[in-house]
Design a protein around this ligand. Sequence first.
Ligand code: AP5
Length: 217
Amino acid sequence: MRMILLGAPGAGKGTQCKRIVARYGLQHLSSGDILRSQRAAGTELGKKAGSFMDSGALVPDKIIVEMMISEIEKAPEAGFILDGFPRTVNQAIELDKSLAQCGQDIDIILNLQINDQIVAERMTGRRSCPKCGAVYHIKNLKPKVDGICDNDGTSLIQRPDDSLDVVTNRLKTYHQQTKPVEQCYGNNRAIYNIDANGSADEVSTLIFEQLDVLAKA
Ligand code: AP5
């Protein structure tokens, strides 16, 4: 199964992808997570991406497309779920071209729909584990011990791009450059919209109901 999870920053893509992966055994390919690990490792790619990420702008298409296509090529037979990619119409076109070269296509596109106000609250309250990548929220998804990862006891951090001013820029970037991707896909494929304003469990239920229907079709 080759799947894309679209949605605004903070819509819950990462949270839901982890649950989809646990249920369907796909590889989770998050462009944001890959970029952050490149930055942490101090690679050339990470250095090039850093200033764009910190300001809430998109990293140039050429860098992202090369990075993600190379990850997709390594994905297992079971398939993958793309999180944060494609994020521009040009990235979507390049992804289609690359898959078509191997006789492949995207099977399912889900779109998490959420209000901007809820996005701001989710992102400014997000805390992440720098070691295992687990994601929490100071109100909605608390760790058992405040500020500490349940999985490995590491101190949680706030992403530098989760400050209110950068979040505002990320939302602006999303509306200008990423929303058109929905229309681009909607022209020749089915996109399944999911109401992502509810709790993480409510959103998972909606996603699994939709995926189970599609799996039986
Ligand atoms: P990236 O890391 O992809 O960030 P994003 O898309 O902005 O998405 P987030 O990771 O912020 O949010 P999410 O939707 O995964 O939400 P989460 O599940 O964590 O990208 C970062 C940067 O990298 C970009 O700004 C750009 O510079 C660059 N980049 C990445 N991809 C690129 C591309 N393709 N092209 C160019 N540049 C690219 O949830 C958020 C919070 O809410 C958490 O605290 C969570 O616990 C909580 N939460 C989740 N769901 C719920 C719920 N239902 N109810 C209550 N709380 C919830």
